[in-house]
Design a protein around this ligand. Structure first.
Ligand code: ADP
Ligand code: GLC
Length: 482
């Protein structure tokens, strides 16, 4: 089975969030399952410097007339063969892949990401005479136009199947309608049955409408996005396509997220050596200036600081946490007001609150190793990875029962403690009192050391690897190619 993966991000080369973790791990997981995977990526700086032994495959004419180079080579860090769209004028810029250094979206994002889908489609239909995929699997709005372009190709031989994975329906890639004329799609594509969305142009809708099959990153989110509450205006289309929509739960790359072999943490540990985790906690507390103590839990957040992540709940109960002797560590970057409030709280309580504003991969590993509880109170969460990293590192996740959080965390109720299934704390209502009660539950369990360690053991031993998800994707590819 030959698969072409289309995405803007890929861990560890280009990452702004969980999307990269998934597109970085999926190729190897699929390869272990017997698929042959190649990727196509925009030539962002991280990709260009990692690309080895590359050759110029071809020049392609973009829909707006620009001649662009497509290179083929090996991404050395993850040993993946990739096609890279080498256009410095479009991709080598300051800031993130999507925004400039002032956090403003690049004015030509529609071109930058249309080109990704355009080149993917050329690759689907013969740009590389030596390799043609049977399935093109694109991810999130950045790659959403792929399936639209593919739908308008009249194949000479066999049609190539298109799959689109929604990682977050809230980010849709919506642009003014006049930009449509840059895209090289036929006029008929700009309609309700096409890429038009409330008079605008939507890359996400293109992916949802034109793909042969749609997946999203957890079974619960697959149901939620078919409701008006969580459908972001696209629930009608998703309900109409429910026969071609499935939720496949994300997994953890255990070669990257494993406390037994993690090079970023001071003391490696596993479920049988919990004392080494306590050493990680003490080391961290000392380094960041928190009081070194193990009598109360250390809560951790590693997150984009945005509305989605429900962090105002944490700010609202911080006094409860501190009043009981708990501590908080935050690693994140995002909305200016959230960054400012967390900074203020750290300044007010330097011995019990530590806040690092920024993006720092090794530091994230140290936070999971040091903390007792990972907070993920998201308002909505397609899958969420940090609660799974919390499980692996014995930092029990405390989560809102929504999306992938609901599919991965089992609350410490008496019955699930008794039957050995409990692995964290879950609250139902997205309210301060409900969150507060879950926090109190975590303090109560922390006070029962023996039970706490049993739950940690259960969490750390959970099977979160890629085997199951890879098999599901492979089965889907096979079904589409029959
Ligand atoms: P989302 O993709 O919505 O941001 P996920 O939980 O799926 O949420 O994935 C977030 C990923 O980004 C995880 O790998 C997490 O460790 C990482 N991450 C988030 N913020 C930071 C940060 N400030 N520094 C380092 N890693 C971060
Ligand atoms: C998105 C979602 C997150 C998910 C990640 C990877 O960024 O917000 O919930 O875990 O993609 O699929």
């Amino acid at each position: 089975m030959r698969v072409l993966q289309v995405s803007a991000e890929l861990y560890p080369l280009v990452k702004t969030g969980g999307l990269a973790d998934i597109t970085g791990a999926l190729p190897a997981a699929l390869q272990s399952a017997g698929c042959e995977v190649r990727a196509v990526l925009p030539g962002f700086v991280g990709v260009m410097v990692d690309l080895q032994d590359s050759v110029l495959l071809a020049h392609v004419e973009a829909p707006w007339g620009e001649r662009v180079a497509v290179r083929y080579g090996r991404l050395a860090t993850i040993n993946l063969m990739a096609y890279v769209i080498d256009v410095p004028g479009l991709y080598l810029r300051r800031g993130t892949p999507y925004e400039d250094e002032y956090r403003q979206p690049h004015g030509d994002n529609h071109r930058r990401f249309a080109l990704l889908g355009w080149v993917a489609t050329k690759l689907a239909y013969g740009l590389d005479p030596l390799w043609q995929p049977q399935v093109v699997h694109s991810h999130d709005w950045h790659a959403g136009l792929t399936s639209a372009y593919m739908a308008f190709v009249t194949p000479k031989v066999q049609r190539v199947a298109s799959i689109f994975t929604i990682h977050n329906l809230a980010y849709q890639g919506v642009f003014p309608p006049s930009y449509f004329f840059d895209l090289g799609l036929p006029l008929e594509a700009f309609g309700v049955n096409g890429v038009e969305f409330h008079g605008q142009l939507s890359f996400m809708k293109a992916g949802l409408f034109y793909s042969d099959y749609i997946t999203t990153v957890s079974p619960t989110y697959a149901r939620e996005i078919q409701t008006p509450e969580q459908g972001c205006g696209l629930d009608g289309l998703l309900r109409a396509r429910s026969g071609a929509l499935v939720g496949i739960l994300n997994a953890v790359d255990e070669s990257v997220w494993n406390p037994a072999i993690d090079p970023h943490i001071p003391f490696c540990y596993d479920a049988r050596t919990p004392y080494d985790k306590v050493l990680c906690k003490a080391d961290f507390q000392r380094r960041v200036g928190l009081t070194v103590q193990n009598e109360a839990p250390l809560f951790g957040i590693v997150s984009r600081l945005t509305e989605q992540k429900g962090l105002y709940l944490v700010l609202s109960v911080l006094d409860t946490i501190l009043g009981r002797g708990g501590q908080l560590v935050v690693l994140g970057t995002g909305d200016a007001w959230l960054e400012a409030v967390f900074r203020e709280r750290a300044a007010a309580h330097p011995k019990s609150v530590s806040v690092c504003i920024g993006y720092d991969e090794p530091y994230a590993h140290r936070v999971f190793a040091a903390t007792d509880v990972t907070l993920v109170p998201s308002r909505f969460e397609p899958c969420g990875l940090t609660q799974m990293y919390g499980l692996k590192y014995g930092s029990l996740p405390l989560v809102h029962r929504v999306g992938g959080l609901a599919d991965t965390v089992i609350d410490c109720t008496l019955e699930d403690l008794a039957n050995g299934l409990a692995n964290g704390f879950v609250f139902d209502e997205f309210t301060i009192p409900a969150f507060d009660r879950a926090i109190l539950r975590s303090f109560a369990l922390y006070g029962r050391r023996y039970e706490w360690l049993r739950v940690c053991e259960c969490a750390m031993q959970q099977r979160l690897g890629w085997e199951t998800a890879a098999q599901k994707y492979k089965a889907l590819y096979q079904q589409l190619c029959e």
